[in-house]
Design a protein around this ligand. Structure first.
Ligand code: FES
Length: 266
């Protein structure tokens, strides 16, 4: 089991902004989490009124952005819990705990390629800012893919990081190149062996990105999204099959991840 989260309690919703499609961004004040969180870590949010236990289980959300006083999550409305979140207003209060999990490892490199699919961009903005801050001379390439233009979010915020190229791809061609993220990757011509790849998105996309990286011999870290009941390694409900027979075949996304070297999974 992981160490206990450094904060557990109620926080104030500062802003809950509709982005596009059914995607929202919520900013909440909690310096205890925002000052401690690393890119790729997540928080658990009880998506119900304090006096209600319905839905009973808290939900995991990646830290999308953090500063000294507040943090943001980016979420898609997919069911009752996220619909509840989308109705909250500034001043409402939520129960959360975190930060949790093992995040991205940012090592020095000449170039970084950050690939997000759909709502999978959520942890990548915080990561990209960390790369830009800690490796100011490096080249940062961002690829964002989605089914349609409504599902492309945060592209302007990635662009505002500076010294980064942002490329978009949609399956229906309504924004950017028409096709899949992996179609766009074939246009890249990296002649730098010193490249690190980071990705988050749907599992088939992550597997394809991982395959592509393996073929080029580029290290790749992926952030996995799963259903989580506890977020702290206690319920064992977030197990995914890994490749490492020696250290146990199953990995727990909340405590061993959610970020993994892709070679540990596929
Ligand atoms: Fe409970 Fe991972 S969510 S063990």
């Amino acid at each position: 089991m992981l160490d206990s989260p450094c904060f557990s309690g109620q926080v104030r919703v500062e802003e809950n902004t509709f982005c596009s499609g059914n995607i929202f961004r919520m900013r909440m004040s909690c310096s205890e989490i925002s000052r401690k969180a690393d890119p790729g870590q997540f928080i658990m949010v009880k998506a119900a009124w304090q006096q209600s236990d319905d839905p009973f289980l808290p939900r995991p959300f990646s830290v999308h952005w953090a500063d000294s006083e507040s943090l943001e999550i980016l979420y898609k409305v997919v069911g009752r819990g996220t619909r509840f979140l989308s109705r909250l207003r500034s001043g409402d209060r939520l129960t959360v705990y975190g930060p949790l999990g093992r995040g991205f490892t940012v090592k020095p490199a000449g170039e970084y390629l950050v690939i997000g699919g759909g709502i999978g961009v959520a942890p990548l903005l915080f990561l990209a800012r960390s790369i830009r801050k800690n490796q100011p001379e490096s080249h940062l390439h961002i690829v964002i893919g989605a089914r349609c233009s409504d599902e492309i979010v945060a592209a302007d915020r990635f662009e505002s990081l500076g010294r980064s190229s942002v490329k978009l791809v949609t399956e229906d061609g309504s924004r950017g190149l028409k096709g899949l993220v992996t179609d766009l990757l074939s246009y890249f011509d990296f002649n730098n062996n010193n490249l690190l790849v980071y990705s988050c998105g749907p599992m088939p996309m992550l597997k394809a990105v991982s395959r592509w990286c393996r073929g080029k011999d580029w290290p790749c870290q992926v952030s996995i999204e799963t259903v989580m009941a506890c977020g702290i390694g206690a319920c064992l409900g977030c197990a995914v099959e890994g490749k490492d027979e020696l250290n146990g075949k199953y990995l727990h996304v909340c405590s061993d991840g959610p970020v993994f070297d892709s070679g540990r999974l596929w």
